[in-house]
Design a protein around this ligand. Structure first.
Ligand SMILES: NC(=O)C1=CN([C@@H]2O[C@H](COP(=O)(O)OP(=O)(O)OC[C@H]3O[C@@H](n4cnc5c(N)ncnc54)[C@H](OP(=O)(O)O)[C@@H]3O)[C@@H](O)[C@H]2O)C=CC1
Ligand SMILES: O=C([O-])CC(=O)C(=O)O
Length: 271
């Protein structure tokens, strides 16, 4: 009988996304074992892992690659290069949630190529990347996305600060941004990773067009995508229930878990 080896998984960031992934790995996912975590507050992290069935070490970001074959990045976006470089240089797999930060760090792709590492981007809080990737095998004419978020899902974004927009004063649905996914990644690094994931699946960050609405009438982070391609036209909407982090939809962690589960699955569904 063939021996099935387990992939060791480490998690960078134990927030709304990381804690759910760690908990599910600890409950047991065939072929995967949680081996390390990293967080800013080491004491809080030690308390969290102490409650797991199988406690794992809390290590620094630089040490994660020594402990695992697959490292899941779910930390603040500015830490992406610090987390990714050693993982990719060691030829390992990096699951990236802070997708927007990939645009500012194109060198990571080369590090992966040079060392046999790979960067995996889950669908995350979005919908339909399977269809977008398939359509991109032909010709995509246009990709548009409209995001509506409750005010607390947008508060503090650099674009708002730079443009003196106080979302706290908004009382009706208001368009606050219109531009490309690349511009959104700069202006909303913690709010619009989904638009960058969409762009990487399809026509790229400079051709994926986005509108963002601050909408006090919605309670969910709502993303609508419209794609026109030579094989199909489609539009889809996802209404994300916010997690303990109001900027992050609950489905984000579940998407990363599904991707991890698929790594070792004998039957893989979806493109
Ligand atoms: N691709 C997608 O579809 C989506 C992507 N995201 C992105 O995923 C990422 C994670 O989101 P979320 O879980 O909600 O974020 P949180 O803010 O809830 O958690 C971030 C975690 O990172 C940890 N952290 C901060 N600094 C360090 C450090 N120096 N070393 C190690 N860990 C550190 C924090 O630790 P501590 O708890 O100790 O402070 C915290 O636990 C974000 O970049 C977010 O924008 C979110 C939603 C959708
Ligand atoms: O893309 C992001 O960073 C978060 C997001 O919109 C969501 O969770 O709905």
């Amino acid at each position: 009988m063939a021996v099935v080896s387990e992939s060791r998984v480490a998690i960078a960031g134990l927030g709304a996304v990381g804690k759910v992934i760690a908990t599910e790995l600890d409950k047991g996912i065939p072929g995967l074992v949680l081996t390390a975590v990293s967080a800013k507050n080491k004491e809080k992290a030690a308390e969290f892992v102490g409650q797991l069935e199988r406690a794992v070490p809390v290590v620094s970001l630089d040490e994660l690659a020594d402990h695992a074959d697959v490292i899941v990045e779910c930390a603040p976006s500015e830490l992406l290069p610090q987390i990714a470089a050693p993982v990719l240089a060691a030829g390992k797999k990096l699951v990236v949630l802070s997708v927007g930060a990939l645009l500012a760090h194109p060198e990571l792709r080369q590090t992966a190529i040079d060392n046999g590492g790979s960067i995996l981007v889950p669908t995350g809080a979005l919908i339909g990347l399977d269809a977008v990737v398939a359509a991109a095998e032909g010709t995509i004419h246009s990709v548009r996305m409209t995001t509506r978020k409750p005010l607390r899902g947008l508060a503090g974004a650099p674009f708002l600060v730079e443009n003196g927009i106080d979302v706290g004063t908004i009382t009706c649905p208001t368009k606050i941004f219109s531009g490309t996914a690349r511009e959104a990644a700069k202006g909303f690094p913690a709010n619009l990773n989904v638009s960058v994931a969409l762009s990487l699946a399809g026509v790229g960050p400079d051709h994926t067009m986005l509108e963002v609405w601050a909408d006090p009438t919605v309670t969910r982070n709502t993303h609508h995508i419209e794609v026109d391609a030579d094989t199909a036209s489609f539009n889809m909407t996802i209404e994300n229930i916010p997690s303990e982090n109001p900027k992050t939809g609950l489905i984000t962690a579940r998407s990363a878990i599904a991707l991890l589960r698929k790594l070792g699955a004998p039957v893989k569904i979806g493109t």
